[in-house]
Structures are given as structure tokens and as C-alpha cells.
Design a protein around this ligand. Structure first.
Ligand code: BES
Ligand code: MN
Ligand code: ZN
Length: 481
């Protein structure tokens, strides 16, 4: 059941929420105290504090109040609002809260209202559909109200759409690979297109890959007995006038490594190797629900990467749909093979700006951990737009360089390129240099989310799929609109 989210200009105590959350900045008093001064007294006594994420609970004027430390006003931003909201949600949940009303602090922007909504909706996410119902599980929050002096209906409603999309991406991520097959992911795209006005979807199977001579994508898919899916989503917003945005996602629903088999420890996490594709699909849903004035085409390559008697072999040479020949030197470098044909297809469908997003390399986990995703891009303007979208969305990306010397490393011995560079240097960048040729002359940004996709540890999405990428991609579409 999803959380109902709304905005009001009523003061918190006038609504029907059972818990009222009030932020306290360091060195500031409570903005609206109750008549007998209970809230201010709680701050004065030190039981409630402005210290970031400090929590205090009291009952006054017939309601339950949650005083939430917001830290210093000058440090407070949308990300801190998400983290504070997650902390408040945790306590509210323990208290059995059904309707929570957050009082928006004075003199903050719409981004803070959005952050409070996102933090709450994301923190309220649970993935328990495979578990028997527990009698002692709290029912959980049913409604969130943001109370503000000014009308914040629009930012609150938009944030609710984006956060719900991010939770939907987490559902896809968290589903096991036996249930979330490539076809099941395609079905999700079709269902979304059915549900959301202005969004259309098509799902192509193995025959299409072979017909279109997508030899790189098809090589990955050939090892698996389940049908691959090339998922295409399109959205043409009213008033769209800018360049056509192309979103490309890697959706390897399970990556065993193929014949270059991965070690079995942690292999189960490779159900998350479809995270880029999930982000693209759900971001498209959000972009269309928000009616953004942009034109977007999305291409998601979904397949398993399995070892079998019909799997690709190390040493095989395949031809991508643009004619590039690729030597497969490690069947575990499958993501770039899938993306190569998807990037070409997105260009064929008219993309004039490209963003691909993928759990592409272990090297990016080593380099950036779970905080930043890697960004590698052509075109400084385009790179900057993506970087700024990362900051604005709270899904930051850190740019790594491309260089002709790196490009040199991906040249093949027997074919145009190799999918795996023998000298394991700059693994995330050589992967990007491989992809770059398939983007050709279209400004292109590659987001490597292998470190930020799951178990990221952020308070509002601590474990399992994070839904990373949904907010970033929506923000990119906004910036282009
Ligand atoms: N899906 C993996 C990347 C990955 C690894 C994501 C660990 C998250 C955690 C990708 O398909 C892969 O296996 N990449 C290889 C490439 C190498 C063989 C050139 C890698 O990074 O080791
Ligand atoms: Mn792999
Ligand atoms: Zn992979």
C-alpha cells in the first residue's frame, strides 16, 4: 500500500495527523509553540536539540509532537531534509503513527519540502512480499502531510511521484531473478505505459536482436534459456522543443559471469545487475506523470548472463549493429556488450543526447564506494548538466576522465575492440571508452552505478535496492525541458 502524500496551509495542529514533526535548527527556537510553551521548554531543557537528527517526543495541546534536530540552518539542504525525514519516520513508525504532519521550516525553498517528502516515502519502503505476514509488524505510516505557510502543493506532489517511482525501481531490483526475468521487466514497462498517459512501450525478443544484427547483445543472451527483452519506452511531452533525450539502461537480470564464471560468494547480489534498466523504466514513468515538456526515448537491454552449452566463449568475435567487431575476452564484461547495441538503437530512434546507466564495473565500487556514481562523458556542456542534476537530485556523480591512451587499451587483437582489457587498469574508464564508440557523435554521459545501486547505507534507503538513478534521470529531463 502506498503512502498518501499531501500539502496544506493549515497549521499542523489543525489537521487530523496523530504525530506532528517540527524541525529545530541549532541556535533557533521552535517557530510555532503550543499555547503553554511546552515545545520551547523542551528545547530549553535540552531534551529536544537542534543537533542534526536528534529526536524528542512529547505530548501537548492534545497531540503528539516529534521535535527533529535539523543542524545548522546554513548547512541544511534537500539531502539533509531527506535524512532528517528518514530519522523522524523511524521514530514515528515505532510510535505507531498513521498520519504524520511535517511542519515545513520557515524561509526554506521548495526543494526542502520535496526532500521531506522523498525522505519519508523512501524510508517507509518495505520489501516483504515474499515473507509471511508478521503479527507484531507495525501497520506503518498511511499518510504524510506537509504543512507550510505558502502553498507547496506542486513540489510536494512532484516529490511524491518521483519517490514512488524510486520505490518502484527498488521493487524491481529486490525481486529475485527467477521472478524478475527479462520478459517480466518488459511486462512492467508495458503495464506502466498502460497506466500513464503519454507513455508508450514496446518489447522485442531474441528474433528482433538477430534481425537487427545486434550481435553483441545477442551474444550475451545466447547463453540463457530465458527470452531476452529489448524494451523501448517513448514519451513526447507537450511543449517539448529541446533535443531528444535518450536514456539507456543495463538490465542483466542475473549476471553469473557466463563461462568466465564469477565466484559463488555474493553471486546472489547479481540479481541487482538490472538496476540501471529499472531506473530508466521507472524514471520514464515519473517523467510522463510529471508531464515534463521533453521528448524522451528509452532503451533497456534485458537478458541473463549464463554459462551453458550455447553460451558465448572467451575468444569469440561478434559484430554489433553498427558494424563494430568485438573480441570477447571475458564473458563477465557483458554489460558493455548489451549497452553497445542499445546505444546504437537509441541513436536510430532519434536520441540527440544520451545517458546510459549501468552497474558496469567492480572498479567503480573500489573508486567511489556507495556515495558517488561514476560519470564519464563526451561534451563538457552535457557532462556539466548531468553533474548538476546529480547535485540537485541528491544522487551525485563524480566525473572521471576519458583519454586517447585509455581508448588505445580497448583496441582488439583480432577485432576492432576487446570487451575486457587484459591489463586491469582503470577498469571503469576502459569500459566507458568501449561504450563511447557506440554513442558516436551524440553528446553522451555514462553513469556507472555499481557502487550506489544496492546496500548503499543511506538512512532513507539503507539496504537492498536503492532505486538510484530515478531521481537523477528525472532531474536531467527537467534540466533539459
Ligand atoms: N555486473 C558486473 C559489475 C559489478 C561487479 C557490479 C560487482 C557490482 C558489483 C559486470 O558485469 C562485471 O562483471 N564487470 C567486470 C568487468 C571485467 C570482467 C572487465 C568487473 O568489473 O570485474
Ligand atoms: Mn559481468
Ligand atoms: Zn554485469
Amino acid at each position: 500500500m502506498s503512502l498518501r502524500v499531501s500539502a496544506t496551509t493549515q497549521t499542523p495542529a489543525d489537521g487530523d495527523a496523530d504525530t506532528l514533526a517540527i524541525g529545530v535548527f541549532e541556535g533557533e527556537s521552535v517557530a510555532h509553540d503550543v499555547a503553554d510553551g511546552t515545545l520551547g521548554a523542551l528545547v530549553d531543557s535540552g531534551e529536544a536539540k537542534g543537533r542534526f537528527r536528534h529526536l524528542a517526543v512529547t505530548h501537548a495541546a492534545g497531540a503528539r509532537w516529534l521535535l527533529v534536530g535539523l543542524g545548522r540552518r546554513e548547512d541544511f539542504d534537500a539531502e539533509r531534509a531527506r535524512l532528517a525525514a528518514a530519522a523522524a519516520h523511524g521514530r514515528a513508525r515505532e510510535l505507531g503513527t498513521r498520519t504524520l504532519c511535517w511542519e515545513l521550516p520557515h524561509h526554506v525553498g521548495d526543494d526542502i519540502a520535496a526532500g521531506l517528502v522523498e525522505g519519508t516515502v523512501l524510508a517507509a519502503y518495505r520489501f516483504d512480499r515474499y515473507k509471511a505476514a508478521q503479527a507484531d509488524e507495525p501497520v506503518g505510516l498511511e499518510a504524510l502531510v506537509v504543512s507550510a505557510h505558502d502553498d507547496v502543493t506542486a513540489p510536494v506532489a512532484e516529490a511524491a511521484v518521483v519517490a514512488a517511482a524510486q520505490n518502484a525501481a527498488r521493487d524491481l531490483q529486490n525481486m529475485p531473478a527467477n521472478d524478475l526475468t527479462p520478459v517480466a521487466l518488459g511486462d512492467r514497462a508495458l503495464a506502466l505505459a498502460d497506466e500513464v498517459a503519454g507513455l508508450t512501450a514496446q518489447v522485442h525478443g531474441r528474433d528482433f536482436l538477430l534481425e537487427r544484427r545486434m550481435g553483441a547483445f545477442a551474444a550475451v543472451a545466447q547463453g540463457s534459456d530465458v527470452e531476452p527483452a529489448l524494451i523501448v519506452l517513448r514519451y513526447h511531452g507537450t511543449g517539448a522543443g529541446g533535443p531528444v533525450l535518450g536514456l539507456v539502461g543495463k538490465a542483466v537480470t542475473f549476471d553469473t559471469g557466463g563461462i568466465s564464471l564469477k565466484p559463488s560468494a555474493k553471486m546472489h547480489d547479481m540479481k541487482f545487475d538490472m538496476s540501471g534498466g529499472a531506473a530508466v523504466i521507472e524514471a520514464m514513468g515519473a517523467i510522463a506523470r510529471l508531464d515534463l515538456p521533453v521528448e524522451v526515448v528509452a532503451v533497456v537491454g534485458a537478458t541473463e548472463n549464463m554459462p551453458s552449452g550455447h553460451a558465448m566463449r572467451p575468444g569469440d568475435i561478434v559484430t554489433a549493429s553498427d558494424g563494430t567487431t568485438i573480441e570477447i575476452n571475458n564473458t563477465d564484461a557483458e554489460g558493455r556488450l548489451v549497452l553497445a547495441d542499445c546505444l546504437v538503437h537509441a541513436r536510430d530512434l532519434g536520441a540527440e543526447r544520451l545517458v546510459d546507466i549501468a552497474t558496469l564495473t567492480g572498479a567503480i565500487v573500489t573508486a567511489l564506494g556507495s556515495t558517488y556514481a561514476g560519470l564519464m562523458a563526451t561534451g563538457n556542456e552535457w557532462a556539466q548538466l548531468v553533474e548538476e542534476a546529480g547535485v540537485a537530485s541528491g544522487e551525485p556523480v563524480w566525473r572521471l576522465p576519458l583519454h586517447p591512451e585509455y581508448a588505445e587499451l580497448v583496441k582488439g587483437r583480432y577485432a576492432d575492440v576487446t570487451n575486457a582489457v587484459e591489463a586491469r587498469k582503470a577498469g571503469s574508464i576502459t569500459a566507458a571508452e568501449f561504450l563511447k564508440r557506440f554513442a558516436a557523435d551524440v553528446p553522451w554521459a555514462h553513469v556507472d552505478m555499481a557502487g550506489t545501486g544496492w546496500d548503499g547505507g543511506r538512512a532513507y534507503a539503507p539496504n537492498g535496492g536503492t532505486g538510484f538513478g530515478v531521481r537523477l534521470l528525472v532531474q536531467i529531463a527537467r534540466a533539459l525541458a
